[in-house]
Design a protein around this ligand. Structure first.
Ligand code: SF4
Length: 460
């Protein structure tokens, strides 16, 4: 009983978070920056921040995550980080030769108040940015927001620095996939190509954080959106931004800066959200949905119908990122499961209202909470008061799964103790099939384990 001290009685808390359902802003900025081809993320802060962010990403993706740091010391805290950053930019271009350095700030540099755009201008004026190379930035103070906010900020930074509109139209659709796995980005690109739509997907970590073992180390893997593509994003016919929290800011900036109209959609997780994504592609580009995609959809519907008896009425507790949760919860409701406890540590508008709208009339008294005190400790207390059949969330829920003996599906960020998320998508119809397979396997394994001998079934 690792969490034996979690009390069933819930006391309102304001100044204490226990096991938060979020992590640090710069982690998201670093992940997004890795989705630019030839980019070296740079953490403007102390070595400890950078080491934590790199190790969390490395543990989740099981890939070496390269990033540089301004290596703040006590002196930097007093005099500011400008000289460290100027020196760092010079060293990075001289030694590591990236196409882009993507700087994000940290708690300390934000508190000092370092003016990053001014430092970048100074470095450019000194001629320390080689021709054809770029330095971009975003602000990621970690005492507000979460890793999702950091991802959104760096994605917006890509538009601020690169997108241009020269009055031409490239006939493409921008897809901002949000914080999803490299496998999901790959699957989104496959679906879009299957529809016959030409796209620019950014950020794109496929081919970067799921790169193959070739026997030789490649500092900048093949994947990632290129700088010319990011520039071209300003001339696309439309933007489909997947995820209110991770993708809306960049899409809206593209609209105001380059007049590219945007639609904000949910992540295409599950049947209905994928339908809306495919429909948006169809309407935006006036293409027909090919029979191959109809077939994938039909397979998903078939499995939902075949296995409905295992899913109906099962209660679920979920935690994680708001964009993921909204889409997952809609999918669970589609298959007649009942999401009853939901927490996200990422602050922002419209999340709780959206969950209440989705569950209204279906899940009476749904528990949903967002923000600093919406933590996994509270989720555990809710579970003690109203038990569930399934847990869905990141690795930090494994203690609850063990103590309460509840089947557990790992989903979201970070997953530190399992593999597969980098390679097997959960978006699209095929991704929903995989999610369904995982849910059914969890329930059937539980049934096999608990069945008395006389009702232990070979065929289920
Ligand atoms: S919370 Fe702030 S100080 Fe801590 S690792 Fe993140 S950026 Fe660094």
């Amino acid at each position: 009983m690792l969490l034996r001290h979690t009390p069933q009685e819930i006391v309102e808390r304001e100044a204490l978070t226990v096991n938060p359902a979020k992590t640090c802003q710069p982690i998201g900025a670093m992940y997004a920056a890795l989705g630019i081809h030839g980019c070296l993320p740079h953490s403007h802060g102390s070595q400890g921040c950078c080491a934590y962010h790199r190790s969390t990403l490395t543990r989740h993706y099981k890939e070496p995550v390269m990033a540089a740091t301004s290596s703040f010391t006590e002196g930097t805290a007093v005099f500011g980080g400008q000289s460290n950053l100027v020196q760092a930019i010079h060293n990075i271009f001289a030694i590591y030769d990236p196409d882009v350095i993507a700087i994000h700030t940290t708690c300390l540099s934000e508190t000092i108040g370092d003016d990053i755009p001014q430092i970048i201008r100074a470095v450019q004026d000194e001629g320390k940015v080689p021709n054809g190379k770029y330095v971009i930035h975003c602000n990621t103070p970690s005492y507000v927001g979460s890793h999702v906010t950091g991802f959104a900020n760096m994605t917006k930074g890509m538009i601020e620095y690169f997108a241009e509109n020269t009055g031409q139209t490239n006939g493409r659709v921008n897809i901002i996939p949000g914080w999803v796995e490299p496998s999901d980005m790959r699957e989104i690109k496959r679906l879009v190509a299957e529809m016959g739509v030409r796209s620019i997907v950014f950020p794109d970590t496929s081919g970067v954080l799921d790169a193959p073992q070739t026997g030789s180390h490649v500092f900048y893997p093949k994947g990632g959106v290129t700088v010319p593509q990011l520039r071209d994003a300003g001339e696309s016919i439309a933007t489909l931004a997947l995820g209110e929290f991770a993708s809306r800011p960049a899409a809206e900036l593209l609209d105001t800066k380059c007049f590219v109209p945007c639609q904000i959609l949910d992540l295409p997780i599950g049947l209905q959200a994928t339908d809306r994504f495919i429909n948006a592609l169809r309407e935006t580009t006036h293409v027909e949905v090919p029979s191959s995609i109809d077939e994938e959809r039909g397979q998903l519907v078939d499995m939902i119908l075949d296995m409905h008896q295992y899913l109906y009425g099962k209660k679920v507790a979920l935690w994680g990122d708001p964009d993921q949760l909204v889409a997952l919860i809609e999918f669970l409701l589609t298959i007649d499961m009942l999401p009853v406890h939901i927490v996200t540590g990422t602050p922002g508008k419209r999340f709780e209202d959206r969950i209440h709208a989705l569950t209204d009339g279906i899940v009476p008294n749904v528990n949903v909470k967002q923000g600093p005190s919406a933590d996994i400790f509270l989720l555990h207390q809710w579970i003690k008061n109203e038990p569930v059949d399934l847990l869905i969330g990141n690795t930090y829920g494994k203690y609850i799964a063990r103590d309460e003996d509840i089947p557990f599906i790992r989903h979201g960020f970070p997953i530190l103790d399992r593999v597969g998320h980098s390679y097997f998508p959960t978006v699209g119809y095929r991704g929903a099939l995989r999610l369904l397979e995982k849910i059914l396997t969890a329930f059937m394994d539980r049934q096999d384990r608990d069945a008395p001998e006389e009702s232990f079934e070979l065929v289920m």
